[in-house]
Design a protein around this ligand. Structure first.
Ligand code: CP
Ligand code: NVA
Length: 303
């Protein structure tokens, strides 16, 4: 049996593969808008194991697989024996004998790694506390659709050095742009991830410095899933990092505003920016569908 191809971080795909994937996502979007059916995964099945809430990721994977001719089954911790002590490794061995791909949203990145190590089929990381690579496929598609080539460009991440920030750092490495990351002290992205990115990433505590001359401004919630108890202290620490019109004005005049959503208007971003003319957040969310269809095709391609 061949070793399955997993997608646990964005770095699991090479530069050329990612470029091809984004082109394919744009093509799949065109086909869908033209009303042309494309059942490339007829008869294939995906299992979706979600330990945390989701709107976009769940809907886009389920709808995407259906549109490609396959089917999905959704499993919350309540529905399986994982919550009752069945080892992750055993669940991986069992489910991967029954389905063609397994999509996991987990509290701990280590859980997805353990699962993948014992799976006979590809495992896709649908968000962990450390990475959100599927989000970046859609984000890169969106940036490229709006602005063309992005190598050599500059994006500014404002706020928490979290899972989505880590995947933006990986995107900077793979797509050849620079990411300026502005966080409060104590909320910087993971030091090892930053170190591995070399010159692709620049760290600062000054949001206005990061935003200066940027082609894209991107942010995310100040309290990720699992950090709800830290909400009040985070709101205090992050208040100077809200993306508002003044911050957007530091970037290039045609800069895009991006956010993976869900967004909290008046907290990490003001309503006039999120709902304003520079915001591409709805395209970003919609592209989750097309980018993940391209990912499923890539990982399930029969050789
Ligand atoms: N951006 C994102 O992954 O959204 P969901 O949590 O709704 O899936
Ligand atoms: N950083 C957020 C992203 C949600 C899509 C979280 O992990 O909750």
């Amino acid at each position: 049996m061949t070793t399955p191809r997993h997608f646990l971080t964005l770095l699991d795909l090479g530069q050329a593969e990612l470029a091809t994937l984004v082109r394919r996502a744009i093509e799949l979007k065109r086909l869908r808008h033209a009303g042309e059916r494309h059942a490339s995964l007829q008869g294939r099945t995906q299992a979706m194991i979600f330990e945390k809430s989701s709107t976009r990721t769940r809907v886009s994977f389920e709808a995407g697989m259906a549109q490609l001719g396959g089917s999905s089954l959704f499993l919350s911790p309540r529905d399986t024996h994982l919550d009752r002590g069945e080892p992750v490794e055993d669940m991986a061995r069992v489910t991967s004998r029954m389905v063609d791909v397994i999509v996991i949203r987990a509290n701990q990145h280590a859980m997805v790694e353990r699962f993948a190590a014992h799976s006979q089929v590809p495992v896709i990381n649908a968000l962990t506390e450390l990475h959100h690579p599927c989000q970046l496929l859609a984000d890169m598609q969106t940036w490229i659709e709006h602005r063309g080539a992005i190598a050599g460009r500059r994006a500014a991440w404002i706020g928490d050095g979290n899972n989505v920030c880590h995947s933006w750092i990986h995107a900077a490495m793979r797509f050849g742009f620079t990411l300026a990351v502005a966080t409060p002290k104590g909320y910087a992205p993971d030091a090892a991830i930053v170190a591995a990115a070399g010159k692709a990433v620049e760290l600062t505590n000054d949001p206005h410095h990061a935003a200066a001359g940027a082609d894209v401004i991107v942010t995310d919630t100040w309290a990720s899933m699992g950090q709800e108890h830290e909400k009040a202290e985070r709101a205090k620490a992050f208040a100077p990092y809200r993306v508002d019109r003044a911050l957007m004005a530091r970037a290039k005049p045609d800069a895009l505003f991006m956010h993976c959503l869900p967004a909290y208007r008046g907290h990490e971003v003001t309503a006039d920016v999120l709902d304003g003319p520079q915001s591409v957040v709805w395209d970003e969310a919609g592209n989750r569908l097309h980018a993940q269809k391209a990912l499923l095709e890539l990982l399930l391609a029969r050789t």
